[in-house]
Design a protein around this ligand. Structure first.
Ligand code: BEZ
Length: 371
């Protein structure tokens, strides 16, 4: 049988007076972002309706990129800066994207009645097959942050054949121990729910620095019309079970995984520990220097770069397709081909602000990355 080939047809448009090819390309990307507003759908699941927004069109033989956001956020406030960053366009045009909103977190969501039984994180993971079935998608590359990273990991443990790769930002795979609970309860005596969630999302340094970004997110969360729903998602996160990852054991992620954390992030230790439990031949660890709690908001360019190499390592983005991205970066970054190796290589990255290089590291070791 003849195979369907994906053919990219590029329309040659004349340049406007004074317009360089780069400017034309930027304008085209901006137009594409403006035109693709996403299609929002809602699907009934055993745990209530789940809303998700689809951008782009399905590409034959390619997984969908499926994102899951953290507590206090929705898909837009968590992922828009990353997915709308300039360099990301060249990557995502090759994939359909499905951005899930946890129940009650979608824009305009009504507040659940008092006593509403909000799903656990495990149950939220169990809603993902309903979404994929509705869209008729068979495999995904998951991108999750915090609670979303946990949900995607749980989904991958239960449905490993459908997950081709995972980008897990700020994952804490452990259930809260009694010490954590005591600390949580104590903090709860003096802090409001929005402040506790902000403390989960951002480092104390970032919060006290009170940058424009912090002011924006503090404002979003404090004045969220669905704050009661957010508290329910927060409670589910705090009541999560241990994922029980075990290096060399049966409970492990079998697909390529890129773990990401900021070096000053509240969950830095948890991600380091998670890295120690996963299969080193399948796991890359990107520790981002000078980065706080939400690298996808504060350093979308660096994350895009790492994502590009992650996809290349999985055999997606051929480097010839990455013309603009590759050209826009220094030659040192092309040495990141060291992380584009086969799926069987161990890849651990740690981002450095000094060196300006992205050298390879031996399996199981930390690699310095800078952009
Ligand atoms: C996307 O193109 O995937 C996207 C656009 C807007 C917000 C989030 C994601």
């Amino acid at each position: 049988m003849t195979e369907l080939q994906e053919v990219q047809i590029t329309e040659e448009k004349p340049l406007l007076p004074g317009q360089t090819p780069e400017m034309a390309k930027e304008a085209e990307l901006a137009a594409r972002i403006l035109l693709d507003r996403g299609q929002t759908h809602s699907v009934e699941t055993p745990y209530g309706a789940v809303t998700f927004t689809v951008y782009g069109t399905p590409k034959p033989k390619r997984p969908a990129i499926l994102t899951y956001h953290d507590v206090g956020l929705n898909y837009k406030s968590c992922f828009q800066p990353l997915f709308q960053s300039g360099d990301m366009q060249e990557i995502i045009q090759n994939f359909v994207r499905v951005h899930v909103d946890a129940p009650g977190m979608e824009e305009g969501a009504p507040v659940y009645p008092v006593g509403y039984q909000y799903p656990s994180l495990d149950q939220l993971a169990d809603t993902i097959p309903c979404i994929l079935q509705y869209l008729n998608f068979s495999t995904i590359i998951g991108v999750g942050v915090g609670a979303g990273a946990y949900i995607l990991s749980r989904y991958a443990l239960n449905h490993q054949d459908t997950v081709e790769g995972l980008v897990l930002i700020n994952i804490d795979p452990n259930a809260k121990g009694w010490m954590d609970w005591a600390a949580h309860k104590l903090t709860g005596l003096t802090s409001s729910i929005p402040e506790m969630i902000l403390g989960h999302l951002f480092s104390q340094e970032e919060l006290s620095g009170n940058s424009e970004l912090i002011q924006k997110y503090r404002n979003i969360i404090t004045h969220a019309p669905n704050l009661e729903n957010i508290e329910l998602y927060w409670n589910s996160y705090n009541n999560r079970r241990d994922l029980n990852f075990e290096r060399g054991g049966d409970i492990t992620l079998k697909c390529p995984v890129m773990l990401v954390v900021g070096d000053q992030a509240p969950h830095e230790e948890a991600v380091v520990e998670c890295n120690s439990k996963l299969d080193p031949t399948q796991t890359s660890f990107l520790k981002m220097a000078d980065s706080g709690g939400q690298p996808q908001l504060t350093q979308p360019g660096k994350l895009t770069e790492a994502f590009k190499y992650f996809l290349q390592g999985m055999g997606y983005m051929a480097s010839s397709c990455m013309t603009r991205l590759s050209r826009s970066r220094t030659a040192s970054l092309t040495s990141a081909a060291s992380i584009d190796g086969s799926r069987s290589r161990a890849r651990t990255l740690s981002q450095s602000s000094e060196s300006g290089t992205l050298p390879s590291g031996p399996p199981g070791h930390t690699m310095e990355v800078s952009c």
